[in-house]
Design a protein around this ligand. Structure first.
Ligand SMILES: *C/C=C(C)/C=C\C=C(C)\C=C\C1=C(C)CCCC1(C)C
Ligand SMILES: *[C@@H]1O[C@H](CO)[C@@H](O)[C@H](O)[C@H]1NC(C)=O
Length: 336
């Protein structure tokens, strides 16, 4: 991509005018008027409030109601945790960078922001892989006696976190790097320079294949099979198999669609920049797409609320200040 390269940064306009400055040292108000940065800061601030409240409420309700403590909901809980992670670690750094117009904390601010963002995004993606495999096992029953148990859920959560770290840590350890992008108040992976010393190219391929294409292909196949084998009698429950709740299948599908809608444009543009080194893009492009991915923390709480009846009932009970009657009487409830 054409622009001005400097130590640890890449500003997407040429320095013909002599205005370009390091985004770690000077406000970037030559890229856009200060009010644009304040608008971004305001947006992130509202997002931080809304996202924190909604995700924290989701966690609270899920933990409070015994009815919701099913193995599958462990994964939904994990998604809300990942979102909280992004809100606390990522948004606070973005907010500070936007209000200043540059990364006033230097590389540390940039690394923190990108690290939390990539971690949270990848935990979500790999959790969706586990969720769609669960749907495949429960709906299609390839193993007659399989039940999705707490052990499977915990194993899935652990694997998701490990793979997410395997994606987010390398740029901090000199395999590629995190650099400011767009208006220079948010950070991402270095799509911009073919830095040979940092093996940018191999990291991009790793990111695109192992950390993006592979999980999406697994999700796609699992869901294709789920739609194919959704027999009309699939809802009947026998002693050995789990009840199939079509509501859950629809909800996980909505979460997958939401993920793709919020992340694919950013991902696609990153790949396009990397494969078209001569392209010229407005600094707004990557900022808008990157802020779109940030908005994704709102989706899951909204999807649960709209598509998960038992969650909705529990939420309303919590909001009305009622005690969980199931906990009170101590009766056990079968998983949904
Ligand atoms: C606001 C901060 C942003 C957008 C930070 C950077 C995000 C990435 C470098 C995202 C990477 C990716 C993830 C986490 C999941 C899908 C694949 C990916 C490479 C786009
Ligand atoms: C851009 O040009 C100006 C004037 O020549 C110079 O002072 C500045 O350091 C340049 N910026 C970068 C990032 O190289």
């Amino acid at each position: 991509m054409s622009g001005t390269e400097g130590p640890g940064f890449f500003v997407p306009i040429s320095n013909e005018t002599g205005l370009v400055r390091s985004p770690f040292e000077y406000p970037q108000f030559y890229l856009a008027d200060p009010w644009v940065y304040y608008l971004l800061a305001g947006y992130i601030f509202l997002l931080m409030l809304a996202s924190f409240i909604l995700n924290a409420l989701t966690i609270h309700v899920t933990i409070e109601h015994q009815k919701l403590r099913t193995p599958l909901n462990y994964l939904l809980l994990n998604l809300s945790m990942a979102n909280i992670f992004m809100v606390v670690g990522g948004y606070s750094s973005t907010f500070y960078a936007a209000i200043k117009g540059y990364f006033a904390y230097g590389h540390a601010g940039c690394n923190t922001e990108a690290l939390f963002h990539v971690l949270s995004g990848q935990i979500t993606l790999w959790s969706l892989v586990v969720l769609s495999m669960e749907r495949f096992m429960v709906v299609c029953k390839p193993l007659k006696k399989f039940r999705f148990r707490r052990m499977h859920a915990c194993f899935g959560v652990g694997v998701a976190w490990m793979l997410a770290y395997a994606c987010a840590l390398p740029p901090l350890m000199e395999w590629s790097r995190y650099i400011p992008e767009g208006l220079q108040c948010s950070c991402g992976v270095d799509y911009y320079t073919m830095n040979v010393e940092l093996n940018n190219e191999s990291y991009m391929i790793y990111l695109s294949v192992i950390q993006f294409a592979v999980p999406l292909v697994i999700i796609f196949f699992c869901y294709a099979l789920v739609f194919i084998c959704k027999a009309p009698d699939a809802t009947e429950e026998s002693e050995t198999t789990q009840k199939v709740d079509p509501e859950v299948t629809r909800m996980v599908f909505a979460m997958i669609v939401a993920y793709v809608v919020f992340w694919l444009p950013y991902r696609g543009m990153g790949w396009y920049i990397f494969t078209h080194p001569e392209v010229t893009l407005s600094p707004y492009t990557m900022t808008i797409l990157s802020f779109l991915t940030k908005t994704s923390t709102l989706c899951n709480p909204v999807i649960y609320l709209r598509m998960n009846k038992s969650y909705r009932e529990c939420l309303f009970r919590t909001l009305q200040g009622e005690e969980d009657e199931k906990t009170k009487t101590g009766s056990s409830v079968s998983p949904q």
